[in-house]
Ligand binder design. Structure first.
Ligand code: DGJ
Length: 729
């Protein structure tokens, strides 16, 4: 899949469906050539014309046509005549930031090496992928930058990351480090991003790429609800099922920066890496620094095609452990019903009723530990509140299991309250500057996870509860962002490393817990989908998609999230109405139809349901169980975009192609009662499908080309779930 054409000085990564190609230009600079649909050879038909342009500096004084300012580059330096965004910035011991990294050599490896201490896609067999390592060297410092490129046989994705190796005798200071950089040729592109906020995460924003640069970043200590480390470039006409799309997603959960920069001569530079605002790294002689990886996906079948590659790659080669391939349990979470006023009696009565309804897991959310009566105290003290749980959590968990459902529990391990025993005994364990009172958010402080003692404490504290309760599920929350970046653990010269070291520390804690408790299903959360990223999914294969459980808002949130992540990752719960975030009253049927778009749960006091509602919930759970394999492990197609229409629709196709689930939603009633037709995707046009509801049969061609209409109802917030089974010919 990877070869070097020595005559043309060109590297090819090619799996028969996609080709990624770059070459050696003059002087040892690397020139980007092509990333797209498979081509047999890249001889330069689309290459830009090089000529002597004004203000362009020339590394070869004899050749005024050759300038880094116009060269499409693979990993551009700063300060060398390419005045666009540099891929890295390195300060040398003389205080300068002048380096020149040129091609030195390469090797091709079978498989894909892991990234020490970092989440990353992986292979199970060496034949699944090949990796190209290109070494760039700086003659003055002796430092090297190694560029890693992996191509998979089965997925139309390239993974890139870099390693900086300090081969000099002095320390180097890394100020900026992108995992990847590439230059697209001139043309019209649209840029899609997933920006948002708490309660409205991952909203798709689309606009043309024009002059100048768009910089997306997070300096919040988390990938954040405000941004997602993802950019997608498309042709202007690309839609869900047609046209080219190039997706870039950083496998990282902390501060990042993504740059999309239009060059003066039409090219477009895309970069993704660590956020230089909060990143700095002191690299001692002989040390290496490994960046997180960026996944690059190409599709010529529109955005759905791009999403399918992300979904398959992540579901099969990013998630790990036994839960990767299992269907996920239907859960009942205590939070929206009881917040902090939860106790043993409530838990047990909920668990019993949950079991009667067919729910499989009871999750005890916030409020279970000593003194946790509100959000102003007790974080860090992971010991049971005996006033609420007089018999202890071990007994409770067993009683919950005896009632017929598994037991899961909530933690927010990265945090500490002032009013906690942990803070009183370790005031030096928090992130802060000694010169200022630390800024609070949700009345809490952030633990300094760069400190190994803090990491050990968290592993021990969480492990003790998991051992006592034998919990099968953990909800791992994180409800504030990081301010006052300062560590009493790190020496002065390493303070700038704190933001990245925090992430490395967190990953370390999660890895240890994954190893100790392989059977536990971890669900990430950060006030909802505030850290819904590929990095977290490596340790926790599902995330609470949003604190906003309003069915209408969820259409947008889940649809946007699905650009990158498959439905099996999205915690989506049916909650009470009026909705606690929007006040909106939507029918139970529609709340379920939206929650079915992910990992189903309920988050309400089910004891207050009317007998009719109980029956409906029981039916919903039976339906979900019957469809769960298709929803969680099938292929997901976005059909109608809720941001553009009053309607939304998506369909799932099971892995064996025999079951199709189509969900249609209409937000507001249409006085004209017009029919909205959606054209299903992913069916076999030659096959016949029987609709479960009424037994009527349709051809796959009819459902895909003529489509499926909705029903003329006079009501807001309506939904229809149609299930089709393929009929044997
Ligand atoms: C924020 C989460 O998103 C909620 O679901 C809940 O777990 C609260 N934290 C608990 O404090």
């Amino acid at each position: 899949m990877i070869f070097f054409d020595a005559q043309e000085n060109t590297f090819y990564l090619d799996n028969g469906r996609i080709t990624y190609c770059f070459g050696l230009a003059k002087e040892g600079y690397l020139e980007c050539r092509y990333f797209g649909r498979h081509i047999r050879r890249c001889n330069g038909s689309a290459r830009p014309w090089y000529f002597d342009r004004g203000f362009c500096s020339n590394p070869d004084p004899q050749d005024k046509r050759f300038s880094l300012d116009t060269l499409p580059q693979e990993y551009p330096d700063m300060n060398q005549g390419d005045f666009r965004s540099p891929a890295y910035v390195m300060q040398t011991p003389d205080g300068r930031r002048v380096t020149r990294f040129l091609f030195q050599g390469y090797e091709i490896l079978q498989g894909k090496p892991s990234l020490p201490g970092l989440p990353a896609t992986y292979v199970e067999h060496l034949q699944e992928a090949q990796t190209l390592v290109v070494r760039l060297a700086d003659a003055h410092t002796g430092a090297q930058i190694w560029l890693y490129y992996t191509i998979f046989r089965e997925y139309d994705a390239i993974c890139r990351h870099v390693e900086v190796v300090n081969g000099s005798t002095d320390a180097l200071w890394l100020e900026r480090l992108m995992a990847m950089s590439m230059d697209f040729p001139g043309g019209d592109y649209d840029l899609l991003t997933l920006s948002g906020s708490h309660l409205m995460e991952k909203v798709v924003h689309r606009r043309p790429v024009t002059a100048d640069a768009v910089v997306l970043d997070s300096c919040r200590g988390a990938s954040s609800p405000q941004q997602t480390p993802c950019v997608v470039l498309t042709e202007p006409q690309t839609d869900e099922s047609r046209g080219q799309a190039w997706g870039f997603n950083f496998v990282y959960s902390g501060d990042f920066q993504a740059v999309v920069q239009a060059g003066q001569y039409g090219s477009v530079r895309v970069q993704m890496g660590l956020n230089p605002l909060t990143f700095g790294w002191n690299l001692e002689p002989g040390q290496r620094f490994v960046s997180p990886e960026c996944v690059l996906v190409y599709s010529h079948t529109g955005l759905n095609g791009m999403s399918h590659t992300f979904h398959r790659l992540y579901a099969q080669r990013l998630f790990r452990g036994p839960w990767r391939d299992r269907v996920r349990p239907i859960l009942l979470n205590s939070w929206e019903a009881f917040t902090f006023s939860i106790d043993e009696e409530k838990c047990l009565s909920l668990a019993k009723q949950a079991s009667e309804l067919g729910i499989e897991l009871f999750v005890l959310d916030d409020g279970w530990f000593k003194n946790r009566v509100d959000d102003r105290r007790a974080l860090g003290d992971w010991v049971t509140d005996r006033t609420k749980f007089p018999h202890g959590l071990g007994r409770l968990a067993q009683a919950v299991r005896d009632a017929g459902v598994d037991f899961g529990i909530w933690f927010e391990p990265e945090m500490v309250s002032y009013d906690s025993d942990l803070y009183r005994s370790h005031p030096d364990w928090i992130i802060r500057s000694p010169d200022y009172a630390p800024i609070l958010s949700r009345s809490q402080l952030v633990l300094d996870l760069s400190n190994p003692a803090v990491q050990d404490y968290l592993v021990e504290a969480v492990s003790a509860v998991l051992e006592e309760t034998k919990a099968s599920y953990v909800k791992w929350d994180m409800n504030r962002h990081i301010t006052d970046l300062g560590s009493s653990w790190l020496p002065a010269r390493q303070q700038r490393e704190l933001s990245h070291r925090y992430m490395l520390g967190l990953y370390q804690v999660l890895e240890r817990l994954n190893q100790c408790f392989p059977q536990v299903l971890f669900e990430g959360c950060s006030s909802g989908g505030g850290r819904f990223d590929a990095g977290m999914l490596y340790y926790m294969p599902q995330t609470w998609a949003s604190d906003n459980t309003d069915a209408v808002c969820r259409l947008q949130i889940q649809s946007g999230t699905s650009l990158l992540f498959p439905p099996v990752t999205m915690g989506s719960h049916v909650s009470a109405v009026p909705n606690h975030q929007t006040g909106r009253i939507t029918p139970l049927e529609t709340r379920f139809a939206v929650a079915l778009g992910g990992n189903l749960g309920y988050e309400m006091d089910i004891r207050t349901l009317t007998p009719e509602e109980r029956e409906e919930v029981r039916r919903q759970i039976r339906t979900y169980k019957a469809l769960r394999e298709t929803v969680q492990h099938g292929t997901f197609y976005r059909l109608l975009d809720p941001q553009q229409h009053n309607d939304a629709a998506w369909n799932f196709v099971s892995q064996d192609g025999n079951t199709v689930v189509c969900c249609q939603y209409r937000v507001l009633a249409d006085p004209l009662r017009r029919t909205t037709v959606v054209r299903l995707q992913g069916l076999d046009p030659e096959a016949t499908y029987r609709r479960q509801e009424d037994g009527v049969c349709f051809g796959g061609d009819e459902l895909m080309y003529a489509g499926l209409g909705d029903r003329p109802v006079r009501q807001d917030f309506v939904s229809v779930i149609s299930v089709f089974e393929k009929v044997e010919p």
